[in-house]
Design a protein. Structure first.
Ligand SMILES: Nc1ncnc2c1ncn2[C@@H]1O[C@H](COP(=O)(O)OP(=O)(O)OP(=O)(O)O)[C@@H](O)[C@H]1O
Ligand SMILES: [Mg+2]
Length: 257
């Protein structure tokens, strides 16, 4: 039975897609059958890993327009990595979440219940905001992990998310775990970053740091796993920093155990 993890903070641009996509690659590279579900109408994870739009997407599955297996695609560049995609163009997932989803708040939970036997690890990349779609996704998971940037606004966002999550747990009868925070784009030399790390660590969270590293953006531009982008550039000494890879491996090692 797969463990299912969502990456979420309602704040935009904190690295939800980068972290969830990179951890999906790490899991797949370690030989686990891994499914990344793109639950963001922007479709960033899908455009990262797929060059061409597939025939079906997540919104089609949720609306019963196709079978789950028709929509799941194998990521061409990486063994063991599968994607249940969303494509921004057309906005099918956005339309569905604004219309039909209120009648079926457990639709993603039902979908994941059907998938847990077929995969080892399932990762959900969510959109910013905390509407019906994000709530439906969070309650479908065993755990939600919060990526944030080392800024005061992100820290405020974490507080808001903690409050909202307690309401979600109560109202939707969920026992989703929330015990880990990832401070992304961290620079040890910056005092404010160290202070934000200290503040986040005070809240009974396990707090991880992922360094700022241009290799993430470059890997995304080239439709690659960051770990493979490093391989292809290591002779030029322009790959990802060793400490970035170590940070990703540490998180991967913890979250699935
Ligand atoms: N550790 C990092 N170092 C350098 N750049 C990063 C890092 N993490 C993310 N980025 C870059 O920051 C930008 C925003 O990241 P990303 O799209 O993952 O955020 P997000 O939280 O998913 O955004 P959204 O809320 O729109 O879904 C991207 O261009 C990405 O390449
Ligand atoms: Mg994103």
């Amino acid at each position: 039975m797969a463990k299912t993890i969502a990456f979420h903070l309602q704040k935009g641009g904190v690295g939800k897609t980068t972290i969830s996509g990179t951890l999906a690659c790490e899991s797949a590279l370690n030989g686990f059958r891994t499914l990344l579900i793109d639950v963001d109408p922007q479709g960033n994870a899908s455009s990262w890993f797929l060059k061409d739009a597939p025939l079906y997407e997540l919104a089609d599955v949720l609306q019963g327009k196709c079978y789950i297996n028709d929509a799941i695609v194998k990521v061409p560049s990486l063994e063991n990595l599968y994607l249940l995609p969303t494509f921004g163009i057309g906005g099918n997932l956005k339309t569905y979440s604004e219309t039909k989803l209120s009648e079926e708040p457990f639709v993603l939970q039902d979908l994941i219940n059907e998938l847990v036997k077929s995969f080892d690890h399932i990762i959900l990349d969510l959109s910013p905001g905390l509407g019906r779609l994000e709530r439906a996704a969070i309650i479908a998971c065993d755990e939600v992990i919060t990526p944030m940037t080392p800024e005061v606004f992100s820290l405020d966002g974490l507080e808001i998310f903690i409050d909202e999550l307690s309401k979600i747990r109560k109202n939707l009868r969920s026992d989703v775990k929330h015990s880990r925070v990832i401070i992304n784009s961290f620079d040890e030399r910056i005092k404010q970053h160290r202070e934000i790390y200290g503040a986040a660590s005070n809240g009974n969270f396990i707090v991880y740091k992922v360094p700022v590293d241009p290799a993430f953006r470059k890997a995304q531009e080239l439709s690659k796993a960051p770990q493979l982008y490093v391989e292809s550039f290591k002779n030029l000494h322009r790959g990802m920093k060793v400490k970035t890879l170590e940070a990703i491996k540490l998180i991967d090692n913890d979250i699935w155990s």
